[in-house]
Design a protein around this ligand. Structure first.
Ligand code: G4F
Length: 330
């Protein structure tokens, strides 16, 4: 049975990747932080299944800065594939906590690469990089050769990590890949990211639990995909004969306003009646437009995005209506 190790297994992408790998017959190991108060809801359906948890899915406690423990987990589990998804992934928050963002996302990745460098049985390594590395790019759409020009602490941390993954591939021959992921959403998205904040609020406004939705920059435009599609690209990256970096994107652009329209249409409300602008959500520097060119992933990995944004937003609103109804009933 092929074995895989995942950091960030309790997150949106971690949970979809776990499902994908289990469906492919893998044994899956996840690293979770003992100090974290994270509710492991996204994995509940798997950890409560005795046929899965403890037989094909295992969780191991470690802080990523605890190199000794992480090394021990790697030596014990001997994974063939190692997916590094953990990090402080909220761009707005990275302005408030730049040091810990860089420590966790930048140095945290370097520490893992250093551990791999010393291992006899090196797993293939996938780093979940981000389109935030492009910041304010000179070219559109962005591909793997687009120069990095990050404008947020998160983007700077990810640029450092991305470059280190390349360096360890080129200098030490480690099979390390960057999946340069553009925004990707799902009903499992964290509540502070704009799509989920919008779908959750649309549901709560529809059901009378709130009246207003406070947002920041409505002019931001992004290439939003579906998280389930993106973890498939991550897996495919490690099945290729040689390691490389891949832009994972849809090539389609939408604005925050369009997301508002899609979500509020689903609950038959007018978003203009409910949205207010709160300067607290406007970032010191925001990326205005990011759109990816996923040609390399399509040509070399046979990957393409299957679900469009309208479908994802509809799924998210429906899931949030269900959650809100349960809240009301309890
Ligand atoms: O949903 P967001 O917070 O996503 P952002 O900043 O693009 O970052 C996400 O995608 C990256 C990939 O490119 C990941 F690397 C990163 O980890 C994360 O997953 O914000 C999207 C847009 C921005 O322009 C933001 O300014 O929405 C705008 N926005 C407007 N009001 C808001 C809000 N964003 C948030 N989070 N909250 C607001 O109230």
């Amino acid at each position: 049975m092929t074995s895989a190790l995942i950091t960030g297994i309790t997150g949106q992408d971690g949970s979809y990747l776990t499902e994908l790998l289990l469906a492919k017959g893998y044994q899956v190991h996840g690293i979770v932080r003992r100090s974290s108060s994270t509710v492991r809801q996204r994995l509940d359906h798997l950890t409560s299944d005795p046929d899965v948890y403890g037989s094909r899915l295992f969780l191991h406690y470690a802080e990523l800065e605890d190199v000794t423990t992480v090394r021990r987990i790697l030596q014990k589990t001997r994974p063939a594939e190692f997916y590094h998804l953990a990090g402080q992934s909220h761009v707005g928050t990275s302005f408030e906590v730049p040091e810990s963002t860089c420590e966790f996302s930048g140095m945290g990745t370097l520490r893992l690469l250093e551990i791999l460098r010393d291992l006899d049985n090196q797993p293939k390594f996938l780093h979940a990089s981000s389109s935030e590395i492009f910041g304010r790019p000179q070219v559109s759409p962005q591909d793997e050769s687009t120069p990095m020009n990050p404008v947020t602490p998160y983007g700077v941390a990810k640029a450092f990590a991305t470059q280190m993954v390349r360096l360890y591939r080129e200098s030490y021959g480690i099979f390390s890949c960057n999946a340069i992921c553009f925004n990707h959403e799902s009903p499992r998205r964290g509540e502070s990211f704009v799509t989920r904040k919008i779908t959750r609020s649309a549901a709560r406004i529809r059901l009378g639990l709130q009246t207003e939705l406070a947002l920041g920059n409505l002019d931001g435009r992004r290439d939003w995909g579906f998280a389930g599609d993106y973890v498939d690209a991550m897996w495919r990256s490690l099945q290729a004969p040689t390691p490389n970096d891949y832009v994972i994107a849809t090539g389609q652009v939408h604005s925050v306003r369009e997301v508002l329209q899609m979500a509020f249409d689903e609950v038959e409300l007018n978003w203009q009646d409910h949205v207010v602008i709160d300067p607290k959500f406007i970032r010191p520097a925001d990326v205005e437009l990011l759109v990816g060119d996923p040609s390399r992933a399509r040509e070399r990995l046979g990957w393409k995005p299957l679900q469009d944004l309208a479908t994802t937003i509809r799924q998210m609103v429906r899931a949030d209506l269900e959650i809100t109804r349960k809240e009301l009933a309890s």
